[in-house]
Design a protein around this ligand. Structure first.
Ligand code: ZN
Length: 414
């Protein structure tokens, strides 16, 4: 389904890409003549795998001198980082204050502190209400909070995890009530996490933003109306996009502000659904709702869909305080490969072995007795039916799946 399409812009960009003397990446991919009646649907999709396979210089559509900076994905133990080249952009059309009137956001959001600080400063300067980004250090939260106090910041750009972690320092060295906007991205903002953050920052609007390092900027954001009403939806930044589609709920982006490597029908791997056909704020197009990332926010296996929202809710209600210090792994059982084995890793530095044993047993029993795999099947029933073989709790110093982003569920099922 096409949510947005700038036909003239697409035609011009495709023509440029096909005629390019610098790269034949898209010429070989499109493999047919374009006309000015071209629709997005006439063009092939672009996958992340194609980008990883092609060294970035081989898909570069500007000269070397025009490459201003590079971006890359954080990568993890199991994936190769994806590198993207970026050229200068006249206008990003993103408004970092989100119309809330904030002036000085503290930036403790790894992508903006690293590769994208350059372009974010430009976005802050060229916004209709310019703001001054205060680049903190996400690896030194006490120091960042002292800087926040000195500079009197009134907003925070962070991941949900970092926003929660810095709260105690903000309260110690500054005042959490001075924060009027929390702009969050990169991780799923579950309902449980949102509630926690609302308590931590009682005066702040909570804004969920969407970007990716391949695109290089935020393209989904909430309007003032959504922020005021606490509506958990997104608008898309139509002025920055040539096209936007949902195919089987996957967000497909056509973005060409970055002339170094325009994305034509790029499969983001992120899933959304349409929330409303329009919004009373008057911005064009439908609004979107986060639906999650396969194998990151939800695991589909053996006819079940296990969702991060439910897992997160479970851990926030257990009698022992676990917080974010858990990671749940799903494996094939070693002796009965058709069955699933669940292992809950707990990163715990407070308790001794004896306490851990008691804690582990309590946690396991509560999980098995109360967690529902689907509306009609509890974990206990799934064990009785030999769908699940065992559920165990292990205490670890570091999680076995390592990534910069806070990862809660890991699918190891083959
Ligand atoms: Zn709106």
């Amino acid at each position: 389904m096409i949510l947005w399409e700038d036909k003239e812009g697409i035609y011009k960009e495709i023509e440029r890409l096909q005629k390019s003397q610098l790269s034949d990446f898209y010429r070989t991919k499109f493999n047919k003549n374009t006309t000015n009646k071209l629709s997005l649907l006439d063009l092939p999709l672009l996958s992340r795998a194609e980008l990883i396979e092609t060294q970035p210089d081989k898909r570069l559509f500007v000269t070397d001198e025009e490459v201003v900076f590079i971006g890359y994905t954080s990568g993890s133990t199991s994936s190769t980082p994806l590198v993207s080249y970026f050229s200068a952009v006249d206008n990003y059309f993103f408004n970092p204050s989100l119309d809330t009137g904030i002036k000085r956001p503290l930036i403790i959001y790894p992508p903006l502190n690293k590769n994208f600080s350059y372009s974010f400063i430009q976005q802050c300067r060229q916004a209709p209400q310019p703001v001054t980004p205060i680049f903190g250090d996400y690896q030194n939260l006490p120091n960042s909070s002292i800087i926040a106090n000195t500079t009197k910041v009134d907003a925070i750009y962070a991941t949900p995890t970092i926003a929660e972690n810095i709260h105690k320092y903000i309260d110690t060295y500054y005042d959490a009530k001075k924060i009027r906007l929390l702009a969050l991205s990169s991780e799923t903002l579950t309902k449980t996490k949102r509630k926690t953050l609302e308590k931590c920052y009682p005066k702040a609007f909570i804004a969920n933003l969407y970007a990716s390092s391949e695109i290089g900027q935020f393209i989904l954001f909430p309007c003032k109306h959504m922020l005021k009403e606490g509506i958990e939806e997104f608008h898309f930044l139509s002025s920055a996009l040539l096209g936007l589609e949902l195919i089987n709920n996957e967000l497909i982006v056509t973005y060409a502000l970055n002339k170094a490597f325009p994305l034509i029908r790029y499969k983001t791997g992120d899933f959304f659904e349409i929330a409303r056909e329009s919004c009373q704020c008057g911005l064009p197009g439908a609004t979107l709702k986060w639906y999650g990332r396969e194998n990151v926010d939800r695991i589909r296996t053996h006819g079940f869909e296990i969702h991060i929202e439910d897992i997160d809710r479970f851990f926030s209600t257990v009698p022992v305080r676990i917080g974010d210090d858990y990671q749940i792994h799903f494996y094939n059982d070693e002796t009965h490969p058709e069955q699933i084995r669940i292992e809950i890793e707990i990163n715990d530095k407070k308790n001794n072995n004896q306490q851990q044993e008691i804690l582990g047993r309590l946690l396991r029993d509560t999980f098995v007795n109360s967690f529902m795999l689907s509306q009609n099947m509890s974990l206990t029933q799934a064990i009785d039916k030999h769908i699940i073989s065992t559920v165990s709790v292990v205490f670890v110093d570091t999680f076995s799946h390592k990534t910069e982003k806070n990862r809660k569920i890991v699918n190891n099922i083959k």
